[in-house]
Design a binder for this molecule. Structure first.
Ligand SMILES: O=C(O)CCC(=O)C(=O)O
Ligand SMILES: [Fe+2]
Length: 253
């Protein structure tokens, strides 16, 4: 139950498809319509930021990915800074953000067709550092893969579903009852692929620790108590698998 699809979530299929199409149209716009959003400075917190490969993960991999970070909360303020092209961008993405109320931001991944998909990834293997992620995949294009029993398995693209994925904070709060699962995105040489990720992120000052109800003398707490911002500072500087990222936040046995 750590990585699953949810349907009947209340966001209509029309709105999901419309929003996905708007994002796809945005990436197809000529360069001059997108350059004003381009930014490579991870410390800038613009309401709308376009960049290529990755800002967040300290990695030497060059990813076959463009990324649009679109903040949504508070909507009335953020929306003023969103693209005006395609013409219905603000309307469609605003309606989508309203349905998904309280979502702080969306990260739109766009993977153009890659001439040689064996040379790199769209998004290399990782677990999400936040609490929970919802991901909308575009229909018909496979790309998301999840690690299960040592094998990479394709996650079927179902355009009306959200993929729900537990981040590291949920693993910590649940005291390892829910696991953050490693996933990645591969590219293909034929079709571009777009996905929309929405992250539920604790406030930087929030204290994260195993829930009291899940830690007792028979199941002792595995993780320390810390502030979310400490985790993120550590995460940004680390590469490697799940155990590496979580190791420093474990209590000594
Ligand atoms: O594009 C995908 O399917 C994966 C995206 C992802 O894992 C992320 O944005 O954290
Ligand atoms: Fe992810």
């Amino acid at each position: 139950m750590d990585f699953f699809h949810v349907i009947n979530h209340g966001v209509t299929e029309d709105l999901m498809n419309d929003t996905m199409n708007v994002f796809k149209e945005f990436f197809k716009l000529p360069e001059q319509d997108k350059t004003s959003f381009y930014c490579e400075d991870p410390t800038r917190n613009d309401h709308c930021m376009l960049y290529t490969s990755s800002l967040l993960y300290a990695t030497e991999d060059h990813l076959w990915r463009d990324n649009l970070r679109n903040s949504c909360h508070p909507l009335e303020e953020c929306i003023q800074h969103w693209p005006e092209k395609p013409a219905r961008y603000r309307h469609a993405v605003g309606a989508y953000a309203t349905e998904l109320s309280e979502i702080p931001s969306m990260l739109v991944n766009h993977y153009p067709p890659c001439p040689d998909p064996s040379l790199t990834f769209g998004f290399s293997e990782h677990c999400d550092p936040n609490l929970i992620t919802l991901l909308q995949q575009e229909s018909d294009v496979f790309g998301l893969q999840v690690l299960r029993n040592g094998e990479w398995i394709g996650v079927e693209p179902i355009s009306k579903a959200f993929v729900v994925n537990m981040g590291y904070q949920m693993q910590i709060i649940s005291n390892n009852k829910l696991r953050s699962v490693e996933h990645r995105a591969v590219t293909n040489s034929e079709k571009a692929r777009t996905s929309v990720a929405m992250f539920f992120i604790p406030n930087g000052d929030s204290i994260v620790e195993p829930a009291k109800a899940l830690a007792d003398s028979r199941n002792p707490a595995i993780f320390k108590s810390f502030q979310y911002k400490e985790f993120i500072a550590h995460f940004i500087n680390k590469t490697g698998g799940i155990d590496v990222a979580l190791e420093s936040f474990k209590l000594q046995a």
